[in-house]
Structures are given as structure tokens and as C-alpha cells.
Design a protein around this ligand. Structure first.
Ligand SMILES: [Zn+2]
Length: 409
């Protein structure tokens, strides 16, 4: 049910709206333009801007002369006044970024295939690395907005607990937020990595915000982040975007989880990929027991061969990613969106080989083509999208205007 508006929180909301307008104007914005873009009265703009200037979040030391009349003073973000830290816990890599309010990554760090088996040690490693990053960027701790951790789903966001990610042994019901909060004495937020990536894509878009799109995360596994009406869809339990068991239309091997023999998880599994490779005479490593490290190693080898020009490897990589396109096309139909954005570490490596075929699959599946077009593109956030997404989640939670913030609780 819809609830009423809490007018007491309107001031914060207006401040967030103004800050967002300044943030999205890379060349600066004048007070008059702010009034135009936000629809707020000059008096409100003036009060809020004064507060932001006093807090050192924005500055106005530049004037721009454009056309006749007096030069206008523009407001800009103060670069490193506010910084957030993002962490991505992925089965094959643990990544960290420090990002400022402009969305610029100040420092990054990644630990390849870390030993993640003992969760409590990983939590300590995260805390130590965050402290090192904060020391390196030389930003006082009071200007650190918080830490956002992107983790593979499923996740309990409210309690800050990693539930039981398929490829992380020893990570069932691991508390992440409370211990990190205690170790770091900072705000800590957890988010499913595919949802964090979508938050990052939205937060970083400089031009007019895209209202409806799907972010397809391609990493160790595949997942989607859904954006509707300019807001990220979290779902009833903050676990929206599970696409692993959609049917791809290509028969592969029987999936142990859902029982189908044509789901995305089975079609993109290393078991199936290495079986195909063997049948086609391509030498890929095989393993008796297949853990995340082995899977990462096998997929890396396949990717290397494909990028070196091996025809069979290229074929298998393309077939695998086309399955992702088939699923993305179905998702686009259900949601009636105009854009599919691909990103994540695996996409960054192979996108030039596969983007056209993946797009063709989306176009073929898209049932609304008579009504409007669908486009696919590569995210600008790069392979580190999970960690950048985590950093954006904290900024977004603290600073973005959200209609829900106005509702009575
Ligand atoms: Zn399945």
C-alpha cells in the first residue's frame, strides 16, 4: 500500500536532487540552470547550495562566459571530498576500489584467486585492505561515505549475510556486514553483485539517465540487474535477476539444480564446455573435482586460445555467449526494455569476438520489434564493475534522491 509523505525529510530529498544535478553536469552548472533542471525555487537552491558549499562538497571558483551578458559562476563537485570503497567478492578474484563522488576510481587493488575457504580470514583481509586503501588515498576517514560489498547471490541484504553462493565453498550463512562494521567503524552495505553492477551503471551514466535497461553481468556466472523507471529493481528479497536457469533453446547437459537440459547454467558450465572441446579436438584441461579455481583456469585457457585465433575455441566461446544473448532477449521481452548492457570480467575479455552474434540472438528473440528497437552495448565500467558497483551502492544509498525516502515508515 502507498504511504504518505514525510515533509520533514523533504529537505534531504531536495538536497539529494540538487547534488545529483551538479554531479551529472561534468562542465559545472549555475544556480539559474539548477533552478531550471530541478524545478526548485531560487530560494531553496540558494539555501541548499550554501549548505553544500559549507560542507565542502561543492565549490564555485570558476566562471564561464557564454554569449552576451555577465559571466556565470558554476558549481562543481569538490573532487575527493567524499569517497566510497567498493569490494567485490567473486570466487576467482577479490577486488577493491576507492571512488570519489565524481565516479572516478582513485585506487584499485585485486587479489587473484584468493584463498576464500576460511570466511573469517577473508573478512580480516578485506578490512586490512580497505584500511590500506584509505591510507594510500590520504582522504580523512570522516570523508569516507562507507563500504559497499558486492557478493554473488543469494544474499540477505538486511542482515548483511552471504547465504549460499553456488561457487563459494564455506560461505553458507556468513555474516559480512557486522564484523566489517566493527573492524572498520564505517557504514557497510552488502548487495548482490549483479544488482550492484546495475546501480553502478546508473550512477555513472553522465548523460540523461537511461530509464529502462537490463545489465547482464558476465563473470564466473551470469546474472542480470534490472532497471525500471530509472530505479534498480531489487525484488522481494533483494535477489532479483536470477537468469541461470532460463532455457537457452540449446540442449546441453542435465542441470543438477533445475533438472532441465537446456538451461543457461548447464550450457555455460565448464563440464559442458570441456566436453564440447574434447569432441572437437581442442585440448582443454580436465579436472576430477571441479572447483571455482579449476573452472576459472579452464575458462581462462579457452578464452586465451580464442583470442589467439584458434577457430574451435572461438566457436565454443561464441556459442556459450550466444546462450546468454538468448536469455537476455527473453528478459527484454518480459520487461519491455530498450537496452541490454553487458559487462563484467568475462565480457571485457571476449566482447570483441562475440558482441555481434550475441546481439543477433537478442534481435531474433525480441518479440516487440514491431513496436520499438532493442539495442545492446558494452558497459563503460570495465572488468571491475562489481567493485565499482559496490562503491556506487554506498554513494547511491547515501546521496541519491529516492522517492521511497520520503515515505513514512
Ligand atoms: Zn538449471
Amino acid at each position: 500500500m502507498r504511504r504518505g509523505t514525510n515533509l520533514g525529510r523533504l529537505g534531504d530529498f531536495n538536497q539529494a536532487v540538487i547534488l545529483e544535478s551538479i554531479r551529472r553536469a561534468p562542465d559545472g552548472i549555475s544556480r539559474v540552470e539548477l533552478a531550471g533542471s530541478t524545478g526548485l525555487s531560487p530560494q531553496t537552491i540558494s539555501n541548499v547550495v550554501r549548505r553544500l558549499l559549507d560542507d565542502g562538497i561543492v565549490r564555485e571558483d570558476r566562471t564561464i562566459v557564454s554569449g552576451p551578458g555577465k559571466p556565470r559562476t558554476v558549481l562543481e563537485l569538490e573532487g575527493n571530498r567524499l569517497v566510497s570503497i567498493g569490494i567485490h567478492l567473486d570466487p576467482s578474484v577479490l577486488s577493491f576500489v576507492a571512488m570519489n563522488l565524481r565516479g572516478e576510481v582513485l585506487r584499485e587493488r585485486s587479489i587473484e584467486v584468493p584463498n576464500l575457504e576460511v570466511a573469517s580470514e577473508t573478512v580480516q583481509l578485506m578490512a586490512n585492505t580497505v584500511k590500506e586503501l584509505i591510507a594510500e588515498i590520504r582522504v580523512p576517514k570522516k570523508h569516507i561515505v562507507g563500504v559497499g560489498i558486492a557478493v554473488p547471490g543469494p544474499v540477505n541484504v538486511e542482515e548483511g549475510v552471504v547465504l549460499n553462493p553456488p561457487l563459494l565453498d564455506g560461505w553458507a550463512d556468513v555474516e559480512l556486514v557486522n564484523p566489517l562494521r566493527k573492524l572498520l567503524r564505517l557504514q557497510v552495505i552488502i548487495e548482490k553483485d549483479t544488482i550492484a553492477s546495475a546501480v553502478g551503471e546508473l550512477w555513472q551514466s553522465k548523460e540523461e539517465k537511461a530509464d529502462d535497461f537490463v545489465f547482464v553481468y558476465c563473470g564466473h556466472g551470469f546474472g542480470a540487474g534490472i532497471v525500471i523507471n530509472g530505479e534498480v529493481h531489487h525484488g522481494a528479497s533483494n535477489n532479483a535477476g536470477e537468469i541461470g536457469h532460463y532455457s537457452t533453446g540449446y540442449k546441453s547437459i542435465k542441470c543438477e539444480e533445475c533438472g532441465a537440459d537446456d538451461c543457461l547454467a548447464a550450457g555455460t558450465s565448464y563440464e559442458f564446455i570441456s566436453q564440447k572441446a574434447q569432441e572437437r579436438g581442442l585440448d582443454l584441461p580436465t579436472y576430477e573435482i571441479l572447483g571455482p579455481e579449476q573452472r576459472a583456469e579452464g575458462i581462462n585457457r579457452l578464452t586465451e586460445l580464442a583470442l589467439e585465433g584458434n577457430a574451435v575455441a572461438k566457436e565454443i566461446v561464441t556459442e556459450t555467449m550466444v546462450m546468454v544473448g538468448e536469455v537476455a532477449g527473453q528478459l527484454a521481452n518480459s520487461l519491455d526494455i530498450r537496452e541490454v548492457v553487458f559487462g563484467g570480467p568475462q565480457w571485457v575479455k571476449v566482447n570483441e569476438l562475440v558482441a555481434d552474434d550475441v546481439d543477433a540472438a537478442i534481435q531474433r528473440r525480441f518479440a516487440l520489434r514491431a513496436v520499438h528497437e532493442i539495442e545492446s552495448r558494452t558497459s563503460k565500467l570495465g572488468g571491475n564493475v562489481g567493485a565499482v558497483g559496490g562503491a556506487c551502492v554506498v554513494m547511491d544509498a547515501s546521496l541519491s534522491p529516492k522517492a521511497t525516502a520520503l515515505l513514512l515508515r
